[in-house]
Design a protein. Structure first.
Length: 202
């Protein structure tokens, strides 16, 4: 009886998993970053993000408007430390889970999502610290403004290139005035790379 009961429970669970679109149609697309990915601070220069870093997107099912939602958890982001200067590194991570959409805009496949990004600075003497920034990453246009308002930078992303699944996501922010690197600067990032798979939109 116990074995038959267990088999029935397992069968029911599998049946629910197959019937639930959120589970059955979940598609994980991994974005692998290339050597064109970087973060830049006003007057400080570009800091290259490690090539081969990855971000996993958990795609759902198409909505009524044809767009596809996705989620990203902190554990889905694997970006190696960035060398800011000899012995000094910056580690970027996702501070909390986030979500976004893939949709067609004027025939182009656009991606956008908000993110709370945590930056952790490490120095040889053990000094450093962490700060969290709210960013919106997009394949369209992002703006970055300095704390004193003297400089505003705009950077354009690249929509998903079908076939190669290549994309460039861009995000901009105002750096903290007490930041160790580029205090108060206009700072922006380019996430350049390719997806191993991405949902097909009509």
């Amino acid at each position: 009886m116990e074995k038959r009961h267990l088999a029935a429970v397992v069968g029911l669970a599998l049946g629910l998993a197959i019937a639930d679109p959120a589970i059955a149609d979940d598609q994980v697309g991994t974005l692998s970053l290339d050597g064109l990915s970087f973060i830049t601070f006003q007057g400080y220069g570009n800091l290259t993000l490690p090539s081969g870093s990855t971000i996993k997107f958990h795609f759902g099912t198409p909505g009524p408007d044809g767009s596809v939602g996705f989620s990203i958890a902190p554990s889905d982001v694997a970006i190696g430390p960035i060398t800011a200067e000899p012995g000094v590194t910056i580690q970027y991570a996702l501070a909390s889970s986030t979500s976004g959409t893939v949709q067609k805009v004027n025939g182009a496949l656009q991606i956008a999502f908000g993110a709370n990004v945590q930056a952790t600075l490490a120095r040889p003497d053990g000094a450093g610290g962490s700060a969290t920034y709210a960013l919106t990453f997009t394949t369209q246009t992002a703006s970055a403004t300095s704390a004193d308002g003297s400089q505003t930078v705009q950077v354009d992303g690249v929509p998903v290139v079908r076939g190669a699944n290549y994309v460039q996501l861009v995000g901009g922010a105002t750096n903290r005035t007490d930041a160790a690197v580029g205090p108060g600067s206009a700072v922006y990032s380019v996430l350049s790379g390719s997806f191993d798979q991405i949902p097909a939109l009509p």
